[in-house]
Write a protein that binds this ligand. Structure first.
Ligand SMILES: Cc1ncc(COP(=O)(O)O)c(C=O)c1O
Length: 380
């Protein structure tokens, strides 16, 4: 178990922030790294051509370590939607085939598939929320020889309901179907191993559980797709781009590996050092220990909230870093605002009150959250 790491963040004592699934607060080390990058632009004579490669490659390596992939399998992207657009561009689907998604899935992992369906005649099939909350079982039941691709998360963004991606991935492969993952709501806090799950594309934005900057992310691309088509054609991704003097010797060939999919201006001199600092901290804590620590914390909240009529998914069907609380009656419309007025921050997604803590939370935060929820429910 990791003790509260609040001292590594800049969160005043009176703030009880349970909203990492919305946006994580910044580690002090990440802020310092970002300031260093901003300052650096004031003195461009200190930036050398090799710096356009060394920072991105260090970030790539650290992300690869986090997901148990090779650095060459990782592309640097600007957002989950950017990576998902690349995946949708490179996956083939045809009339009569299906694209599997979950009910109420995050829109970045829907719109690109709607476009693919429009251009190919494939059909989007939505797996409905199962009454027993077992999404793994529900997805497995929807996989057949008509499925071209399943576009899924590791846990549902509204309430943290968990999917067993290893089992789902194995069944998809049996039918020759592809697996595209948006793990923005789990990467960093929930371990994942691409060698076991074997996704075709795995995509994550940085600004939530990776504790990194906004407008930045990473994408794992399986070797089979590393000769695919990017969605923009920038010069840094072409072979030999290290030689700035020779850039007008235009090249058809790309840099090796997933680097062909890197976003334009991927060598962002403020964001890259921030992402590196965040990834170093996550790897030091390890996603496994983060998950165990947050599972204990959300378990404690769930137990206390059950006494005031707020129910949540069974422990084994939800990710430990997420808690979706529901009440049999309508919740007060101003509940979130009432809590925010008291400096307690949570979200509402779908019908769930979404509690998403991180290692900056402490026992005092938990006490305040539970008391405030109890008071708000009693006032109804
Ligand atoms: C599951 C999931 N994916 C992706 C994102 C962010 O998407 P994008 O990077 O396209 O803005 C969010 C934001 O809430 C999310 O919950």
């Amino acid at each position: 178990m990791i003790p509260s790491q609040r001292h590594l963040f800049d969160i005043p004592d009176h703030i009880a922030y349970f909203n990492c699934g919305y946006m994580s607060p910044q580690l002090k080390s990440v802020r310092v790294a970002g300031h260093g990058g901003v300052d650096r632009k004031s003195a461009p004579w200190t930036t050398q051509p090799e710096d356009f490669f060394s920072g991105p490659n260090r970030a790539r390596s650290l992300f690869a370590e986090l997901v148990h992939a090779e650095p060459a399998d990782i592309a640097i992207i600007s957002s989950a939607s950017y990576g998902l657009a690349i995946a949708a561009r490179n996956i083939t689907a045809a009339k009569g085939q299906k694209i599997l998604v979950l009910a109420d899935q995050f829109p970045s992992n829907i719109y690109c598939w709607q476009e693919l369906a429009k251009t190919t005649g494939a059909e989007i099939v939505t797996v409905e929320a199962p009454a027993d909350h077992d999404w793994t079982h529900a997805v497995l039941a929807a996989i057949d020889d008509k499925v071209a691709v399943a576009a899924l998360p590791h846990c549902h963004w509204t309430d943290g309901a968990l999917l067993d991606l290893e089992v789902i991935g194995a069944k998809l492969r049996k039918y020759g179907a592809k697996l595209v993952l948006d793990i923005t709501q789990s990467i960093g806090a929930l371990p994942i191993d691409v060698a076991r799950v074997k996704p075709d594309f795995l995509i994550a934005a940085c600004y939530k559980w990776m504790l990194g900057p906004y407008s930045f992310g990473f994408m794992y691309v399986a070797p089979e797709f590393q000769t695919g088509e990017p969605i923009e054609y920038n010069w840094l991704n072409r072979a030999g781009s290290e030689d700035f003097a020779g850039l007008v010797d235009y090249q058809d060939a790309y840099q090796p590996g997933a680097g062909r999919f890197d976003m334009g201006e991927r060598a962002n001199f403020a964001q890259i050092p921030m992402a590196i600092a965040a990834l170093e901290q996550l790897l030091d804590w390890t996603p496994k220990r983060i998950q165990e620590t947050l599972r204990a914390l959300t378990g404690n909240i769930a137990k206390r909230c059950a006494k005031i009529g707020l129910t949540s998914l069974p422990q084994d069907l939800r990710a430990g870093h997420f808690l979706g609380l529901r009440h049999q009656d309508e919740l007060p419309a101003d509940l979130l605002q009432t809590l925010a007025d008291d400096d307690i921050f949570i979200s509402k997604r779908g019908s769930s009150l979404r509690i998403t803590p991180h290692l900056f939370n402490n026992d005092a935060d938990v006490d305040r959250l539970v008391s405030a929820l109890k008071a708000a429910l009693e006032r109804r």
